[in-house]
Design a protein around this ligand. Structure first.
Ligand SMILES: NC(=O)c1ccc[n+]([C@@H]2O[C@H](COP(=O)([O-])OP(=O)(O)OC[C@H]3O[C@@H](n4cnc5c(N)ncnc54)[C@H](OP(=O)(O)O)[C@@H]3O)[C@@H](O)[C@H]2O)c1
Length: 366
């Protein structure tokens, strides 16, 4: 994490360019250029993103020609387009870091993939909002094609983040509890489900809204033990929750600002809070008493950095993907609540992805 922070301080990390040579792929059906959501400059997504014909490079020996099936719009994609994310693709860039595609054709030296396989990005910044693309094999991960397409399309970022944060910071055992804010986010929904499957209790914080009971019901149906609003975190009634479950040893912070300060109050002494998102765009404020009298630990997590740190340990990546796919097959991990839209409706999808209280991931069908 420290190295990631140092890199961010030094400036933006650039993703390796995906080649866009002006040569049509061999298997491209005649007269059908692939389409993609391209941006040539940074700015507000609805203003700078355009649906364009893309050129596909000739399939190299180590390349894979992929037909994309579905790809979500995540907050990090929005920040990349705005130019505010610490990882930026060289311009012009195709948006999207997550998604699933089907292999159409492979280069002569590709051994691990074959036509018909499903693939997801091995890392951020692939440019998944396109109908077809040619990518180096090393930028793709094979996933089983017996899981629902929406699960595969949303697998490489949020469930992996949830999995790692639950596994890597505290040694949780069944019966322990975790508290998280933005519990209705994609990551939050995955945390609820993975924790439930592991016997870990969750206390889930959401923002108040007119249709709160509906959201509470939805999160409880996913396996949440408690759902509370940010305001409720300050109330004495919170103590009632800890009559039946222990105080959390782990807090997952997606928001920052007040929500985080309030959440920290409920952490066990020597517990850990992991910050992975900053949706409120406000700093984390920690009362000094939390450090002095409860010795809480503050950590950060970035999935992109975890992948970089584990490039030589492919077995850790495979074990995580395997565990997540098993949960999906058993019906214990579902895709986030989502709205599926055709690529052509991208403007509405981009706008909706930035609205508060939508509680639905926008997924482009490609
Ligand atoms: N560090 C990592 O490796 C990593 C990995 C994955 C995701 N993330 C980050 O995690 C965050 C969530 O990603 P996602 O894909 O799960 O998001 P998502 O499904 O699009 O959900 C966004 C969430 O943020 C909440 N939110 C938005 N603005 C807020 C505000 N001002 N105050 C409080 N809550 C607010 C929304 O709540 P409402 O329903 O109340 O609007 C919703 O719960 C993003 O910041 C993303 O970049 C980080």
């Amino acid at each position: 994490m420290q190295r990631a922070a140092a890199r961010v301080l030094r400036g933006a990390v650039r993703t390796p360019p995906v080649r866009t040579l002006p040569v049509r792929a061999r298997s491209a059906p005649a007269g059908t250029a692939p389409l993609g959501l391209l941006y040539e400059r940074h700015g507000e997504p609805a203003a700078v993103v355009q649906l364009k014909d893309l050129e596909v490079p000739k399939l190299g020996d180590c390349d894979v020609h992929v037909k994309m099936l579905a790809a979500p719009i995540n907050p990090a994609d929005i920040n990349m387009i705005q130019g505010t994310y610490p990882l930026l693709s060289p311009l012009p860039a195709v948006g999207g870091s997550e998604g699933v595609g089907e292999v159409l054709e492979v280069g002569r030296r590709v051994v691990a993939l074959k036509p018909g396989d499903w693939v997801i990005p091995a890392d951020a910044g692939l440019g998944t909002w396109r109908t077809r693309g040619v990518f180096p094999e090393k930028m793709l991960l094979k996933v089983p094609s017996d899981i629902p397409v929406l699960c595969a399309a949303t697998l490489s970022v949020n469930p992996c983040t949830a999995f790692r944060m639950l596994a890597d910071f505290e040694s949780l055992v069944p019966g322990d509890s975790v508290i998280q804010n933005a519990a209705n986010s994609g990551v939050g929904q995955a945390v609820i489900q993975i924790a439930r499957a592991s016997g870990i209790k969750t206390i889930n914080v959401v923002r108040n809204r007119p249709d709160l009971p509906k959201l509470v019901e939805r999160l409880m149906a996913l396996g949440a033990d408690h759902v509370v609003t940010e305001e409720m975190l300050r109330k004495p009634e919170m103590k009632d929750i800890f009559k039946s479950i222990p105080r959390p040893r782990l807090a997952l912070n997606c928001v920052g600002g007040k929500s985080t300060t309030e959440m920290l109050r409920h952490l066990q002494p020597k517990g850990t809070m992991v910050t992975y998102g900053g949706m409120a765009k406000q700093p984390v404020m920690v009362p000094v008493s939390a450090f002095i009298f409860r010795d809480v630990r503050l950590r950060g997590f970035w999935m992109t950095q975890w992948r970089k740190d584990h490039t030589q340990e492919q077995e850790s990546v495979a074990a995580m993907m395997d565990a997540l796919c098993q949960l999906i097959r058993r019906g214990q991990l579902t895709a986030p609540a989502c709205t599926e839209l055709p690529l052509q409706d991208y403007r509405a999808a981009l706008e909706d992805s930035m609205k508060p209280f939508v509680s639905s991931k926008q997924i482009l069908l490609l």
